[in-house]
Design a binder for this molecule. Structure first.
Ligand code: PGA
Length: 258
């Protein structure tokens, strides 16, 4: 795993933005895997800036998001469709018809929706570049601890920890779903390239386990150790418990000289 330790949230977003921009410049018809949450917001803002400067186009891009709350319509302000439209899709030239989230609405069969999502990813040629965040409990997407490391897209029950972490997004009187449709760990591992972002001290334990802990369903992100092309971009607080942090810094300095 390549580990980039950055000095600030802005540098973290910048490092992620460079990788996405390079991908789109090399392959304008890329298939992107996208994530929601607080961490990628600044990355999306930087991508929007590049687009506004005429340096980046999304017109041929297809996207698949990691997850979506069960039964939340895309017009609901807490839905991940709403988030993506707000922070990225409506601000760039992507064709909304080419943007996908694993939605499962009232009256739809969750199993059929899940299989349909997997088939759509395959039909698009697979994901070229997957953006990920990590939960403080080590989840990727909504693959909570205990998820099979071979799991595919499915409906997942959210843990009390995730519900508590995400409750800040919901008003006290607002319904907060405790189920979400999420790509599986196995689905994520099939992306050709993965960039995972983590910011803040609350992520330090999960980062240490992901990079150097046992590959275990206890920390679903640890499955990324088995993927050949993962870049982890973190800030100093998220790196605080990372053994060998100096080695990772040294390796990055070395890489700059090659
Ligand atoms: P966050 O969420 O970016 O809001 O911390 C990350 C995640 O839960 O995957």
């Amino acid at each position: 795993m390549r580990v980039i330790i950055t000095g600030s949230a802005e540098q973290l977003a910048e490092a992620g933005c460079q990788i996405v921009a390079r991908q789109l410049q090399q392959k304008p018809h890329s298939v992107l895997g996208l994530a929601t949450g607080s961490t990628p917001i600044m990355l999306y803002q930087q991508l929007v800036n590049l687009h506004r400067q005429g340096k980046l186009s999304f017109k041929d891009v297809t996207s698949f998001n990691l997850d979506e709350y069960y039964l939340l319509e895309g017009t609901h302000p807490q839905s991940y469709r709403y988030f993506m439209n707000e922070y990225l899709f409506n601000a760039v030239d992507i064709d909304l018809a080419s943007t996908h989230l694993p939605a499962c609405l009232a009256g739809e069969d969750p199993q059929q929706s899940a299989v349909g999502y997997e088939l759509a990813i395959q039909a698009a040629g697979g994901i070229d570049l997957q953006i990920l965040g990590i939960g403080a409990n080590g989840h990727i997407g909504f693959n909570e601890p205990g998820s099979s490391l071979a799991s595919r897209t499915r409906l997942k029950t959210l843990t009390a920890k995730t519900l508590a972490d995400n409750s800040r997004m919901f008003r006290p009187d607002e319904y907060q779903p405790d189920l979400a449709m999420t790509m599986g760990v196995g689905t994520i591992l099939e992306a050709k390239q993965i960039v995972i972002l983590a910011s803040g001290a609350q992520k330090a334990d999960a980062v240490q386990h992901m990079v150097l802990g046992a590959v275990s369903a206890r920390c679903p992100a640890s499955a990324l150790q088995l993927h050949p092309n993962v870049t982890l971009i973190i800030d100093e607080p998220a790196a605080a418990k990372l053994d060998h942090a100096d080695y990772f810094r040294q390796a990055e300095r070395k890489a700059q000289t090659l």
